[in-house]
Design a protein around this ligand. Structure first.
Ligand SMILES: Nc1ncnc2c1ncn2[C@@H]1O[C@H](COP(=O)(O)OP(=O)(O)O)[C@@H](O)[C@H]1O
Ligand SMILES: [Mg+2]
Length: 407
């Protein structure tokens, strides 16, 4: 791929990769300007979900214009690549490890820029839904850029029936894990809170050990039931005010979080008075005030009920629900399964599968997530058979690279 010429663009080097796409540094030879090109892997060209996600990324970026959101310049929808501004810097993930132990003002400036970006994005009626340090870049001057709008959605409306959700569980709000049909901008507030938690403490409150044997299920249980460890307990240098901002954004019940990014930003400004001056730079560019998001009280109650279902799995009888929430998930990105080898025999823990089945409406989802952690799956014809569950709509189960894809 290096050296390949696509119209006026020449590929120079690979600079990043996600599940289905690779990002290259390239040059626009007409004006000798370096750019970034995101290109779908060839083996995903005929995968509708990957293509939809790719196009959604480009089209959503096309609607946005903000200094803290990556700018798109061009898309080729036949060859599946798009061209964007090149960030000369690092992902926030890398930045966090480079700044470990430092309690400098730079972290607050990053936090404010993230909130500014999301305030703008939400103001355009868009929910990003995959906010995490890997999808945020920091350039060498300390400017933040939000990337990767592959699963972004317009508005807070209920998802379409064939909608699916992907993402990294650690940064995902409880409602996004449990009831993705009912997710609004407050899911980004949670993910931003989680990003701030990691940035200021150097840790995630709940996580799966790298290469560890722990499945996603215990992690999800922690997200739903364990008290959030105080950021200040992990880093005593964190002020009470900052601790409060992070914990409020991370409230399990979204009705208790900051209700808008504007509110979170105002709260963040109380941490350091000068932080408000920093944001003046962006104010002139902000087009519209944030949408008046409707706070559906009933929806909040439903979400709370959905959460309870998760941790009631330990009791023998699961509560009845009149209507199960619709759940559809995809493994891409969230569950790399390096250990899976096609054709090997299954070794699923049926006890845990049936335990999960008792949780109405969410059993399938959890079970489907857990399968990604299993080492063997070849003997079963379908995922339904493998998990001993019904109601799964997907027809094929395929391993591509290190990811399992369900379509
Ligand atoms: N405009 C850019 N400039 C520099 N690096 C980028 C740019 N866009 C993406 N990257 C790098 O590529 C990685 C993957 O990009 P991303 O859009 O998140 O793809 P995916 O949808 O596959 O996750 C990012 O984490 C980042 O390291
Ligand atoms: Mg990404």
């Amino acid at each position: 791929m290096i050296g390949t010429v696509l119209g006026k663009y020449k590929i120079l080097e690979e600079i990043g990769a996600g599940g289905a796409a690779t990002v290259y540094r390239a040059v626009d030879t007409a004006i000798d300007m370096e750019v970034a090109i995101k290109m779908l892997h060839e083996n995903y060209f005929n995968k509708p979900k990957a293509v939809t996600r790719f196009l959604n990324d480009a089209r959503t970026l096309g609607k946005l214009n903000h200094p803290n959101v990556i700018r798109i310049n061009y898309v080729d929808i036949d060859k599946f690549y798009f061209v964007m501004e090149l960030v000369r810097g690092v992902t926030l993930k890398q930045w966090i490890s480079d700044h470990a132990g430092k309690n400098d003002d730079a972290k607050t400036r990053i936090a404010v820029q993230l909130c500014e970006a999301l305030q703008y994005i939400h103001g355009q009626g868009i929910v990003h839904r995959d906010i995490k340090p890997h999808n945020i870049m920091i350039d060498s001057a300390g400017n933040l850029k939000v990337l990767d709008f592959g699963i972004a959605r317009e508005g807070s409306s209920t998802m379409t029936a064939d909608g699916s959700i992907m993402g990294t569980v650690e940064y995902m709000s409880p409602e996004q894990i449990g009831e993705e049909g009912n997710v609004d901008h407050r899911t980004d507030i949670y993910s931003a809170g989680m990003t701030l938690y990691e940035m200021f403490t150097g840790h995630l409150p709940f996580h799966i050990e790298e290469g560890g044997k722990e499945s996603v299920w215990p992690l999800m249980k922690k997200i739903f039931s364990e008290p959030m460890p105080q950021p200040r307990d992990k880093n005593t240098a964190i002020s009470k005010a900052l601790n409060d901002v992070i914990l409020k954004a991370l409230h399990r019940d979204r009705a208790e979080r900051h209700q808008t990014m504007t509110e979170m930003l105002e709260h963040l400004r109380t941490v350091k008075p000068w932080a408000s001056f920093w944001t003046l730079r962006l104010r002139a560019l902000r087009p519209k005030p944030v949408l008046a998001w409707s706070m559906a009280g009933t929806a909040a109650v439903l979400i709370a009920a959905g959460s309870i279902l998760y941790f009631r799995d330990e009791t023998a009888s699961a509560p009845e629900t009149s209507k199960s929430p619709r759940n559809r998930y995809d493994y891409e990105e969230s569950l790399p399964v390096q250990k899976l080898k096609p054709g090997e025999k299954i070794n699923i823990n049926t006890a845990s599968a049936s335990e999960l089945k008792r949780v109405p409406g969410v059993g399938n989802t959890i079970a489907r997530r857990i399968i990604g952690q299993r080492e063997n799956y070849g003997r079963f014809k379908s995922i339904n058979e493998l998990l001993d569950v019904d109601g799964i709509k997907e027809k094929t189960f395929e391993k591509i690279k290190n990811h399992v894809t369900v379509e």
